[in-house]
Design a protein around this ligand. Structure first.
Ligand code: 9UX
Length: 70
C-alpha cells in the first residue's frame, strides 16, 4: 500500500538544492510523489512500501550531497 513520510533534509541552501532532492527521490522505483521544502528543509514522500523504504530514500539524499535527520 501507499505510505507517506516526512524526511528532515539538512544542507539545502537554495532552490537548486531543492530541485536536486526532488529529482533523486522522484527517480526511485516505488516513489509516487515528492514535495520538497527549503525552509524547513524537508521532503514529503508518498511511496509504495513494498518497493522502497526510508533507508533507500535517505541514501539517495545522501548520495546527492545532503543529509537526513531522524
Ligand atoms: Mo544552489 Mo544547492 O547554487 O546543491 S544548488 S546551493
Amino acid at each position: 500500500g501507499m505510505n507517506e513520510i516526512v524526511l528532515p533534509v539538512n544542507g539545502m541552501t537554495c532552490g537548486g538544492c531543492v530541485s536536486s532532492v526532488q529529482k533523486v527521490l522522484s527517480a526511485l522505483p516505488g516513489v509516487a510523489s515528492v514535495e520538497v521544502s527549503l525552509t524547513p528543509g524537508q521532503a514529503r514522500v508518498v511511496y509504495d512500501a513494498a518497493k522502497v523504504d526510508r533507508a533507500a530514500m535517505a541514501q539517495a539524499v545522501v548520495d546527492a550531497g545532503f543529509s537526513v535527520g531522524e
